[in-house]
Write a protein that binds this ligand. Structure first.
Ligand code: DI6
Ligand code: FE
Length: 406
C-alpha cells in the first residue's frame, strides 16, 4: 500500500502556469512514493487525499524548486589539465594546444591509463559536489576513451554512478569527440569504427543518446552525419557540440535529424537558430566553457529568444574547457555573461534541461512528475542566480525520498 507524504509550509517555484516563476506562496507538495501527486496552495489540498497522509514534513516557509538537471557533462576522465590552463594564460589558444597533441588527446591518454576503480571514484567525488547544490539528474558523456573498450568502460562507469548514488544518470556516446592518435590522418576510418562500436555498446544498455563534436578541431558535417545516421538507425536520439569555435552549420544539420539539443553555440547564425526553432531543438548554453576559454563571441541569445528556442544551461564539466562543478554558478554566469534573466536561468537547469535530455517526467513541480525537488535557504527564486560561491541548498528530495548529504 503506497503512503502519502505531505511537504507543507513552502514557497513553491513550480515553473508551471502563467504566473512569474509559477510561484505558489503557502504551498504544499503531496508525494506518493516517487511521484508528485499534487502541488498547490495548502488550503486547496483536495479532501480525498487528506485521510491518506501518513507522513508530514514542515519546510518552515523555505523556497522549493524542481531538482536541478545538469544536461551536459564529461564527468568520467583521468588526470587534469592545469598545465594547459597556464599555457593559455601565457597566450596559447585552446585550438593550438589541441593541434599540438594536447587537449582532449592528453585526457584520453590519462583516461586509458586509469583503472576502473579510480575512474569511478573520481567521477563519484565530482558527482557528489554537483549533488550538493541540488543536482538530481546528470548527463554524462563518453569521449575520453575513443576505442570500443575504453568508450564502453567510461559509459559503464557512468551507469555505475547512477546505480550507486541517489540521482538519475543519462549517458551519451561521444566517440566522435576527437581523433585518437592511432587514427592520425584517418578521420573517416575512425568514424567508420565509432559507427561499428555504437550498436554493440547500445546492445549492452550503455547508451541513451549520441553526440559529436562538429568543429575545425573535431569532425566535419559529413562525418557527423554518418554518426547520426547510425544513431537514428538504432532509434537513439542525437545532440551536437555545435558552433563552439567556428560556424560549421552543425546546428542546422543536427536540427534536420530532430536533435534533442545543440550545445555551446557561440558561433550560431540566424539560419541555425531558425532550423532549431522549427525542429524544437533545445539550445544548451555553457557559460563555464565561455568563461574559462576567455571567449568573447557571445551566443545569439536575443535571436534564440525571438525564435522561441528553449535555452538550457549546463556545467559542461570537463578538464579542458570547463573544470567547474557548480550548476548554481552557471546560473549566475548565464545572467552576467549572457544576459539571461534569473527566471530563464532557472528554467534552463530544470524544465529546458529535461527537454534537452528527452525527459518529460521532470523539470516542473506539478502532479504526475517525478518527486525530485530542492529546498533552499532563500526568500525568492531570483536569489538562485544572484548569490555565488556559497551554497544555499538545505535539503534535496529524489524520487520522493530525502537525500542525505555526504
Ligand atoms: N568542447 C568542449 O568544450 C569540451 N569538448 C568539446 O567538444 C572540451 C573537452 C576537453 O577539452 O577536454
Ligand atoms: Fe561539452
Amino acid at each position: 500500500m503506497s503512503t502519502l507524504h505531505l511537504w507543507r509550509n513552502a514557497r513553491v517555484t513550480t515553473l508551471a502556469g502563467d504566473s512569474p516563476w509559477g510561484l505558489i506562496e503557502d504551498g504544499a507538495l503531496l508525494t506518493r512514493d516517487d511521484t508528485l501527486l499534487w502541488v498547490g496552495q495548502a488550503t486547496a489540498l483536495p479532501h480525498e487525499h487528506r485521510a491518506h497522509i501518513a507522513q508530514e514534513t514542515d519546510l518552515g516557509g523555505a523556497l522549493v524548486t524542481p531538482g536541478l538537471i545538469d544536461c551536459h557533462t564529461h564527468l568520467v576522465y583521468g588526470g587534469q589539465r592545469a598545465n594547459e590552463f597556464e599555457l593559455r594564460l601565457q597566450g596559447a589558444s585552446y585550438e593550438d594546444i589541441a593541434r599540438a597533441g594536447g587537449g582532449i588527446r592528453s585526457t584520453v591518454a590519462a583516461t586509458r591509463a586509469a583503472s576502473d576503480a579510480s575512474l569511478l571514484s573520481s567521477a563519484t567525488r565530482r558527482a557528489k559536489v554537483l549533488m550538493a547544490d541540488g543536482v538530481t539528474t546528470l548527463e554524462v558523456k563518453s569521449g575520453y576513451g575513443l576505442s570500443e573498450l575504453h568508450e564502453g568502460r567510461c559509459l559503464a562507469i557512468a551507469r555505475a554512478l547512477g546505480a550507486s548514488l541517489p540521482l538519475t544518470v543519462r549517458t551519451t556516446y561521444l566517440a566522435a569527440h576527437a581523433l585518437p592518435q592511432e587514427f592520425s590522418g584517418r578521420a573517416d576510418d575512425y568514424i567508420d569504427a565509432a559507427c561499428e562500436w555504437l550498436p554493440r555498446l547500445h546492445a549492452q544498455g550503455l547508451v541513451d543518446a549520441v553526440d559529436a563534436f562538429c568543429d575545425t578541431i573535431g569532425f566535419t558535417p559529413a562525418q557527423t552525419r554518418r554518426v547520426f545516421d547510425t544513431a537514428k538507425a538504432l532509434g537513439l536520439p542525437v545532440k551536437l557540440h555545435a558552433e563552439q569555435l567556428s560556424n560549421q552549420g552543425g546546428a542546422a544539420l543536427a536540427a534536420s535529424y530532430g536533435a534533442l539539443s545543440c550545445d555551446h553555440l557561440e558561433f550560431l547564425d540566424v539560419s541555425g537558430v531558425q532550423a532549431m526553432s522549427q525542429a524544437g531543438t533545445v539550445a544548451v548554453l555553457l557559460p563555464g566553457a565561455y568563461y574559462f576559454l576567455r571567449d568573447t563571441h557571445l551566443p545569439p541569445i536575443a535571436q534564440l529568444r525571438e525564435h522561441g528556442v528553449a535555452m538550457a544551461l549546463a556545467t559542461d564539466h570537463n578538464p579542458g574547457s570547463s573544470p567547474g562543478l557548480s550548476l548554481l554558478l552557471m546560473l549566475n554566469m548565464a545572467c552576467t555573461l549572457f544576459r539571461l534573466t534569473p527566471e530563464e536561468a532557472l528554467r534552463g537547469v530544470t524544465v529546458h534541461a529535461a527537454r534537452a535530455l528527452g525527459l518529460a517526467d521532470r523539470g516542473q513541480l506539478v502532479g504526475g512528475q517525478r518527486a525530485d525537488f530542492c529546498v533552499w535557504n532563500l526568500d525568492h527564486p531570483n536569489e538562485l542566480a544572484y548569490w555565488f560561491g556559497h551554497n544555499p541548498c538545505m535539503r534535496v528530495v529524489v524520487a520522493g525520498k530525502e537525500r542525505t548529504h555526504g
